[in-house]
Design a binder for this molecule. Structure first.
Ligand code: ATP
Length: 362
């Protein structure tokens, strides 16, 4: 019943298309993150699921039930926004108890549920504090608790952690995941923060400019991005993408990267799709997978960033720029030449014109 199917969903505001024909199935009990840059249509999608906006086209199904014309209050969804919505003149306990009380739950039942949710969200010591004396961090926790206590089958969260501080955000990521595991709700979580999506979601729907780019597990979208947008957007820093042309060599199919030379032979499984490509391609590899080797691409070090034990080495410039991430200090300095090599298994190739991944089976 609490599976969600967005069936060719479209939303226009006048002439502007905020969401273009989105088709997405969210399984019962799944944690789905809608991830993308500002303005990509995440909140618009969420507002339609909640019943706050009417779709211009397509359907929203909860299980088999078409939600067209069903008002927000009858959809059985819990909703938490970026800005906490709580009653500041009430205590934490009164805020948490509000929903069950309005639904006519008895005192014992309310006490049990408030106690359980407060324990899970580490609010137990604060239950009798007035909300107007609490920090933004705690208020957002109360807002999540207020919605979660209703134990609705579908729980929608729109950037709930964007106003809380970084350390608290890390704690809340774990708590929200635990909350969802415990209640087994279908959770749809809007964020522009890939760390949130990668750490919490079962699957991520990556969006850009109102278009669904890819749906997959965090590892799928990281390891096998469907296109150049996802390759660049996922990962910090994103995937390195170097422009070149496929070329035959006596060692197999390689990519001629112009001034950077030619790549090592492509792994066998990529060869048919890359050989069939017309024109330029993008040779992709993750900064974390780069190794320093005796043979590979020789590129000048342009900048070295050290973040604790982690080192980000910036190589080359412009279209030939490459980043390499190492979990230790590799002793490279600006002006030196580094020979970098991505392991064959981590190489991905994209069609430069369409931006689509070239891979086995199309
Ligand atoms: P953000 O994180 O910045 O909210 P988002 O991905 O959630 O980004 P949406 O809020 O869904 O993006 O907005 C998608 C696009 O639709 C934006 O360009 C926005 O300006 C536009 N938009 C949203 N609501 C309306 C509206 N009521 N009228 C006109 N345009 C709108």
């Amino acid at each position: 019943m609490s599976a969600i199917h967005l069936k060719n969903l479209v939303k226009k505001f006048g002439d502007f298309t905020a969401l273009k024909t989105m088709d997405l199935e969210i399984a019962d009990g799944e944690f789905m993150a809608l991830l993308g840059p500002s303005g990509c249509g995440k909140s618009t999608t969420m507002n339609m699921i909640a019943g706050m906006e009417e779709p211009t086209g397509g359907k929203i199904l909860f299980g088999e039930r078409d939600m067209a014309g069903v008002p927000m209050g009858r959809r059985g969804v819990g909703f938490v926004f970026q800005n906490y919505a709580i009653f500041t003149h009430m205590t934490v306990r009164q805020n948490l108890a509000y929903g069950p009380r309005m639904r006519g739950a008895g005192k014992a039942e309310i006490d049990r549920r408030v106690g359980a949710i407060a324990k899970m969200l580490q609010l137990s010591p604060l239950l009798d504090r007035k909300a107007d004396r609490l920090s933004v961090n705690i208020l957002q926790r109360v807002a999540i608790g207020r919605s979660a206590i209703m134990e609705r089958a579908i729980f929608l969260l729109d950037e709930p952690l964007s106003n809380v501080d970084a350390a608290f955000r890390a704690v809340m990521r774990t708590e929200l995941k635990q909350l969802q595991r415990q209640f087994k709700q279908t959770m749809v979580y809007v964020t522009h923060d890939q760390l949130e999506a990668m750490t919490m979601a079962d699957r991520i729907a990556v969006m850009d400019h109102g278009v669904l780019q890819q749906v997959g597990t965090p590892l799928e979208v990281y390891n096998n991005p469907a296109n150049v947008f996802v390759a660049r957007f996922i990962g910090a820093p994103g995937m390195n993408l170097l422009k070149g042309r496929p070329a035959e060599s006596d060692r197999g199919l390689v990519i001629d990267l112009g001034p950077l030379g030619v790549t090592p032979p492509l792994p066998e499984q990529l060869v048919p799709a890359v050989r069939a490509a017309r024109g330029e391609v993008l040779y992709g590899f993750r900064p974390e997978q780069v190794t320093l080797a005796a043979r590979g691409l020789s590129i000048l070090v342009s900048f070295v960033e050290r973040i604790g034990a982690r080192t980000i080495v910036h190589l080359g410039e412009g279209e030939s720029a490459v980043k390499a991430v190492f979990e230790n200090d590799v002793g490279l300095s600006i002006g030196e030449t580094a020979i970098v090599a991505p392991p064959a298994s981590s190489v991905r190739v994209f069609d430069a014109a369409s931006g689509l991944a070239l891979r086995a089976g199309g």
